[in-house]
Design a protein around this ligand. Sequence first.
Ligand SMILES: NC(=O)c1ccc[n+]([C@@H]2O[C@H](COP(=O)([O-])OP(=O)(O)OC[C@H]3O[C@@H](n4cnc5c(N)ncnc54)[C@H](O)[C@@H]3O)[C@@H](O)[C@H]2O)c1
Length: 250
Amino acid sequence: MKLKNQAIIVTGGASGIGYHAGLALAAEGANIIVADFNLDGATKVAAELTQKGVKAFPFKVDVSKASDVETMVNFAVEKLGTLNGIFNNAGIGLVKPFLEMDPATYLKVIEVDQHSVYYGMYYAAKKMVALGAKGTFVNTASIYGSMAALGSFNYNAAKAAVINMTRAAALELAPHGIRAVAVAPGFVNTPILGKDAAMKEALAKQHLHGKLIEPEQVASVVAFLFTEAASAINGSTIPVEDGFQIFKNS
Ligand SMILES: NC(=O)c1ccc[n+]([C@@H]2O[C@H](COP(=O)([O-])OP(=O)(O)OC[C@H]3O[C@@H](n4cnc5c(N)ncnc54)[C@H](O)[C@@H]3O)[C@@H](O)[C@H]2O)c1
């Protein structure tokens, strides 16, 4: 086990990539705070992780609120005794053409997908430095942090910021023994994609295997990034996109 007794917060832990990351981290022996807006879902996931032999606790958080995130970090240390990392993963998409991208729609996604990553790294870093604890931050970016997509001006802005905030945090936190890295998934088969089967099939074709990426395939990379085996990966964003960015369907 590569993460035995490491204390890690997973945001968006009730569903999709976060749920599978919790499973992958627990399989390596990590203790987990399953943090999500959806407390019922987080409670079920924490119970499932506990059955795997690790400590796991649910926490209701709105990651777009600084005070919630600060309370979540304090809760983690209270329950797990220390803090060794956070997976800043909770996120949403609100798709609208640019001419309808009103400030409320823009800001909602910036607050949930971008500001949350700052809050998570800021409060976790302050706590870890105070405790003398070392560890890793992993942030969920997207291929759409370095490419543009129609209807996604807000999401493109937020995920691009996640990529450069990850670099900036890595630079500042290296002297404290904290790494910061990100993953940039292609289209992943989770509830965030909605229920339109035709749309999902069209998205699937944009990957080299012709399939959507499964959340387990992102989670395994996330778990690796938390381990010592990834100790020379710092400030980087790792694409998990099955070739999405290297070819275009004809
Ligand atoms: N699925 C994809 O195709 C894809 C691709 C690239 C990046 N991502 C990113 O992956 C991350 C996880 O998404 P997913 O695909 O697993 O989707 P998901 O909808 O399955 O999971 C997202 C989770 O985040 C939680 N959440 C949403 N807003 C929150 C808030 N304000 N506070 C706390 N929790 C909140 C939801 O309750 C949900 O459990 C997101 O950041 C998303 O942008 C997803």
